[in-house]
Design a protein around this ligand. Structure first.
Ligand SMILES: [Zn+2]
Length: 182
């Protein structure tokens, strides 16, 4: 099974989803008893109805997704204090540390189109739709980051794949180092 590490903790109960949703093929969507859903995004397009899909995606894409929480917890534990999802700033950055003049943006590899990343694979169905969607997200991300820099913010971008068990420690260290250098 591929990409089984791509888990998202959902605020939901298993009853919200079809029981025993375990589908093993190239695209994988499955729900575990602990309300964690694992998926490869190309599966999403094929397995669920449109309504179900947007319901699931709204949970996953919502404000408090796994990778971002991981970073927030780590920074908080190290004594950093911050605001989250600051509406007044371009792109509503995930983590804003005014004291350090910095924003930390934690992006999912699929939705934000992380290039040369194992977690990003263009879906095989509805190719044009997905390509436009991902390209749109990429363009918007870059625009927002540019705006933030223009406004004098240091932008620290973190990708979901950099928070895997293997890379987590290094990534957090890198963030803190960047925060502390001028
Ligand atoms: Zn990635």
């Amino acid at each position: 099974m591929k990409n089984t590490h791509n888990f998202q903790k959902l605020q939901c109960r298993p009853s919200h989803f079809p029981q025993k949703l375990v589908i093993n093929y190239d695209g994988v969507v499955f729900l575990r008893k602990d309300c964690t859903i694992g998926f490869t995004s190309n599966a999403m397009a094929d397995i669920f109805s449109k309504e179900k899909r947007s319901e699931i995606m709204s949970r996953i894409r919502g404000k408090h997704t796994g990778p971002e929480l991981v970073v927030r917890r780590a920074l908080f534990a190290q004594g950093f204090r911050f605001r989250v999802h600051v509406k007044e700033l371009p792109g509503k950055p995930d983590i804003v540390l005014p004291k350090y003049n910095s924003v930390v943006i934690v992006d999912g590899c699929f939705w934000h189109g992380h290039r040369k990343c194992k977690l990003f694979k263009m879906p095989k169905t509805r190719v044009t739709f997905w390509r436009q969607k991902i390209e749109g997200n990429r363009a918007r991300d870059l625009k927002n980051q540019r705006k933030l820099r223009t406004l004098g913010w240091k932008v620290i971008r973190v990708w979901e794949c950099q928070l895997s068990a293997r890379r987590y420690q290094k990534t957090i260290e890198r963030i803190i180092e960047k925060l502390q250098t001028n």
